[in-house]
Design a protein. Structure first.
Length: 365
């Protein structure tokens, strides 16, 4: 598209993030954007109704104090160590602005959440990608080779691989990069990985970011948070209050608090997703796929004989949507969100038909 004369000079050079599609197709099995297949707790819906019935003519609490207290209590932190935002993507943006414009390169894995690179371009941040090991795992030793890093960002579990690092590896990473902020994006941590929250007291350079979009079924409400020692949280507050004083509306603050109030529901739904993930992993192996070990609510799988782009297109024709990234190292993988048991069955059935119909079709070049 040609640049418009109305655009600021930087706009034409942006490379925006492209989210997974949200098509309107009837009876679609939608396994492409890592949404939770279960709705949020009924307590959340009640809290939203109550919040909608009062006070919408007034601005919300700009500091979201009550919600920050709830989140802090849940993680054994104090409220002033917690920062909340309009989805964790917004928090990542503030963190990139606040910590990584250092004139020294930011380090990130060569295959990770593609929004990180988008923020680097938005803010003019130089970055270096550190290759995943052959087994697609992050190898923290490789980050220690950059003593002059301006920051480190990793997702744990990583996206789109689903692979997780143990806490002792995160701690080694923190100790090897004491001069810069290490941001650990824990969007998927509740599905079976270890959270670094407990390391915050010992590591002034650690910022942990989580979201309510995945494990608490609230992608539509837009709530995320960051936790760290006070100087890091203060930086995020300074950026936020220079950008938008009211990132969380009254509904988001009330709904998010209610989600933390229903611990039973959280446990049941996340365990259901974990159980479905393990069953899906086994089904895909039986269909001949290589499947990476996932601690997230998706699996990353590759078929040795069939082209991943072809498979994704065939599944789409069967009204099953999965994500295929045309990225180096990822182009022969499908990222499949874990659905309900019946959605997973529909996927497995469709794959069985696609793979069984013609043994030659879609063979890899
Ligand atoms: C989904 C996701 C996010 C964004 O979550 P929101 O809170 O919905 O903005 C951040 N990081 C990773 C790795 C994700 O997969």
């Amino acid at each position: 598209m040609p640049a418009s004369p109305f655009w600021s000079p930087g706009v034409a050079g942006l490379t925006p993030y492209v989210p997974g599609e949200q098509p309107r197709i009837a009876n679609l099995v939608k396994l492409n954007t890592n949404e939770n297949p279960y709705p949020p707790s009924p307590h959340v819906v009640q809290a939203l109704q109550a919040a909608a019935a009062q006070g919408l003519h007034l601005y919300p609490d700009p500091e979201s104090v009550a919600l920050r207290q709830v989140i802090a209590g849940h993680h054994g932190l104090s409220a002033d160590q917690v920062f909340v935002g309009n989805g964790s993507d917004e928090i990542l943006a503030h963190a990139f602005f606040g910590f990584f414009q250092q004139g020294r390169p930011l380090l990130m894995p060569d295959l990770t959440y593609s929004f990180y690179e988008v923020y680097c371009k938005l803010y003019g941040i130089a970055f270096e990608t550190v290759p995943l090991a052959a087994d697609m795992q992050v190898r923290v030793e490789d980050y220690a080779r950059w003593p002059e890093a301006g920051g480190v960002v990793i997702a744990n579990p990583n996206a789109p691989t689903g692979c997780a690092l143990p806490l002792e590896a995160i701690e080694r990473l923190l100790l090897s990069q004491p001069r810069c902020v290490v941001l650990v994006d824990e969007a998927y941590v509740d599905f079976g990985a270890d959270s670094a929250m407990g390391l915050i007291g010992r590591h002034p350079n650690l910022l942990v970011v989580q979201t309510l979009s995945k494990s608490r079924s609230l992608a539509g409400l837009r709530v995320g948070f960051a936790a760290g020692q006070r100087p890091l949280v203060e930086a995020l507050e300074r950026v936020k209050n220079s950008f938008n004083s009211y990132p969380l509306d009254r509904l988001a603050q009330a709904g998010a608090q209610a989600a933390y109030g229903d611990a039973d529901y959280f446990e049941r739904t996340r365990q259901a997703v974990i159980d479905s993930r393990e069953a899906l992993h086994q089904s895909l192996v039986r269909l001949g796929f290589d499947v990476l070990p996932s601690r997230a609510n998706f699996v990353f799988a590759r078929h040795p004989g069939r082209d991943a782009g072809w498979l994704a297109a065939q599944l789409r024709a069967h009204a099953v949507l999965v994500r295929h990234f045309r990225l180096p190292r990822a182009e022969q993988f499908l990222r499949i969100s874990v659905g309900t048991p019946s959605q997973c069955n529909a996927l497995v059935q469709a794959l069985g038909q696609v793979l069984g119909a013609d043994p030659e079709a879609g063979a890899r070049q």
